[in-house]
Design a protein around this ligand. Structure first.
Ligand code: HEM
Length: 179
């Protein structure tokens, strides 16, 4: 998993819960990196799982809720770091429909070690879209949060439902409705 995902996560933890919490979740986890991350480095996904699980235990906030909050922070950081990937989109549905064949394709070129999810477009009309998320990381709540942030960026109201296609959540159907 790319370092930017870790550095932004720890920045958010510091902002919301203080530096003490950053130190606490790092020392509670067994980290090959020792909790030292650079945005361009690559680290084990297991480190992120440990950090977020410990944050959840220490704060009594579910991992799902933490991922939704994190999505808000991460989306802002991603578009600030890579504005050229999103600036020509005029519509949130177009942007989301292009994750698979444009945005994450470019991301893969910038960060060759990135292990990105796939978002297969199943159905698309003006107001509705169905996409299937696939990733062994099962970060579909992060995906849901990033989708909501995309709509917020364009100030378009939307409703996003999902249905897990397996128990682990490595395959999830998203039903996205404008308005
Ligand atoms: C400028 C826009 C975007 C950039 C630069 C970007 C970049 C990235 C990067 C660097 C990662 C980490 C990959 C790794 O650690 O190996 C990632 C993961 C991810 N991205 Fe994007 N992304 C963008 C937009 C989106 C949007 C709009 C969604 C909405 C669904 C999305 C969904 C995800 C998810 C769910 C992951 C987690 C990895 C997984 O589930 O396997 N991304 N993205």
């Amino acid at each position: 998993m790319k370092g930017i995902i870790f550095t932004e996560f720890l920045e958010l933890v510091e902002e919301k819960f203080g530096l003490g919490m950053v130190d606490k979740i790092i020392s509670q986890s067994e980290l090959k990196s020792d909790g030292i991350y650079t945005s361009v480095g690559t680290y084990e996904f297991g480190e992120m799982l440990q950090l977020i699980t410990h944050l959840s235990e220490n704060t009594d906030i579910s991992v799902d809720d933490l991922l939704m909050v994190y999505a808000e922070h991460l989306f802002a950081a991603l578009i600030k770091t890579h504005p050229n990937l999103v600036e020509h989109y005029k519509d949130p549905m177009d942007l989301l429909a292009s994750i698979e064949n444009h945005i994450h394709v470019e991301v893969q070129k910038i960060y060759p070690e990135a292990q990105l999810p796939t978002f297969e477009l199943i159905e698309r009309t003006d107001n509705k879209m169905i996409m299937i998320y696939k990733s062994d990381k099962a970060l579909y709540m992060l995906g849901k949060g990033l989708m909501l942030e995309t709509f917020k960026l364009f100030k378009v109201p939307a409703k996003i439902d999902f249905e897990k296609l397996n128990e682990e959540g490595t395959e999830v159907r998203f039903i996205i409705n404008k308005g």
